[in-house]
Design a protein around this ligand. Structure first.
Ligand code: IPM
Ligand code: MG
Length: 387
């Protein structure tokens, strides 16, 4: 019997539970259908709505479980509103639920936020003349420091004197580990950049202006020298946003400090077909947490229309990470099957949620969250049978 991997499931707020349900359904299917893979699921409440009801962002047991028990964490989304435009906040003014996302990234030292930007066939991109062969890169966002370090202060007794400062620490250790992650990933990606096949790693920063970014780039250069097969590349973050739209095919692996990574990964999500298909992993040396990168989208909650593909691909990334970390080929196989099933469904084109019924798919009748999840599961089952 293989060891059972304990998956902590944190559905969270809004559309989180709706999409996570579909992801778990598919993970259960592969766990039952592939010998050598066994997953158990441990669900805990969390988020803004839970905070409203209980005064805490998640139960104490959930926090302990994530630190001590979980082999991997699957998160939906956090963030709830009391009324439209009025988010639930903690007493200190922070978004209720932030501990579960931002707190965990720091607490568990999930230093690499890995966000693949891959356009699948059958997914409309807003970029004219770009095709799936052109868009396939990975953004590695530093995930524990920078503007997200949580060090800031609000000053001023009266309004005229008000001043707010957020500190942006960028450390050698924090930069080294995330840049090394990016280099290793480039070594693993056999195809390289779509334009020329080069194992390029692009350092995206603002080192023409900011001291922290000068350190980040200097460390990038030091580490790049150790990876002689990797092709180092540089872009200032403002210019990168332009190049990303003009020639996404040039990029392979992109590494950036925290806030830039946050911003450019939404741009990446847009060109791969939107938030509905963009998944990410928060990865450290000891722990990892996977999530669809969309938020809780309170407006869409309960309407059964959210796209579960991002959450399903987050599950696929989780299996990939588990497979590599635990040296478990069955987990890797399961990840491939899930991705292939998603690809098949998307390229076939008829079963998709409203967000993908645009451009050449504008005439397709939108399916529900559950219909999409069920259709992917059906393809997964066919692939399992064929093994
Ligand atoms: C993300 C999100 C989060 C972030 C929010 C929800 C706090 O935008 O994961 O990209 O800013 O990191
Ligand atoms: Mg973001």
């Amino acid at each position: 019997m293989p060891r059972t991997y304990k998956i902590q499931v944190l559905p969270g707020d809004g559309i989180g539970p709706e999409v996570i349900q579909e992801s778990v359904k598919i993970l259960k299917t592969v766990s039952n259908g592939i010998s050598g893979l066994a997953l158990s699921f441990h669900e805990f409440p969390c988020g803004g709505k839970y905070y409203l009801e209980t005064g805490c962002e998640w139960p104490g047991e959930a926090e302990v479980f994530s630190k001590q028990e979980a082999d991997a964490i699957l998160l939906g989304a956090v963030g709830w509103e009391k009324s439209p435009g009025d988010p639930v906040r903690r007493d200190d003014g922070q978004l209720a639920g932030a501990t579960v996302v931002l707190g965990q990234r720091r607490e568990l030292e999930l230093y690499a936020n890995v966000r693949p930007v891959k356009l699948y066939a059958g997914v409309p991109t807003p970029l004219a003349d770009k095709h799936p062969r052109d868009i396939d890169f990975v953004i590695i966002r530093e995930n524990t420091e920078g503007l997200y370090a949580g060090i800031g202060k609000h000053y001023g007794e009266n309004e005229r004197e008000e001043l707010a400062i957020d500190m942006r620490p960028i450390s050698r250790i924090g930069s080294e580990r995330v840049i090394q992650y990016a280099m290793k990933l480039a070594m693993k990606r056999q195809k390289g950049a779509p334009s020329d096949g080069k194992p390029r790693v692009t350092c995206v920063d603002k080192s023409n202006v900011l001291i922290g970014d000068q350190l980040f780039r200097r460390i990038f250069d030091e580490i790049a020298q150790l990876y002689t097969n990797v092709v180092p590349d540089y872009a200032y973050v403002d210019a990168w946003t332009m190049w990303c739209l003009r020639q996404p095919e040039y990029y392979n692996v992109v590494v950036a400090p925290n806030m830039y990574g946050d911003i450019i990964s939404d741009l990446g999500a847009a060109i791969q077909g939107g938030m509905g298909v963009a998944a990410g992993g928060n990865i450290g040396d000891m722990h990892a947490m996977f999530e669809p990168i969309h938020g809780s989208a309170p407006r869409h909650a309960g309407k059964r229309r959210a796209n579960p593909v991002a959450a399903i691909l987050a599950g696929k990334m989780m299996l990939e990470w588990l497979g590599e970390r635990q040296n478990n080929k069955s987990a890797l196989k399961a990840a491939t099957i899930i991705e292939e099933a998603v690809k098949d469904l998307l390229s076939e084109g008829r079963v998709r949620t409203y967000d993908l019924c645009v451009r050449s798919y504008a005439d397709v009748k939108p399916s529900t969250t559950k219909q999409v999840g069920t259709a992917i599961r059906k393809i997964v089952l066919q692939k399992l049978k064929a093994l």
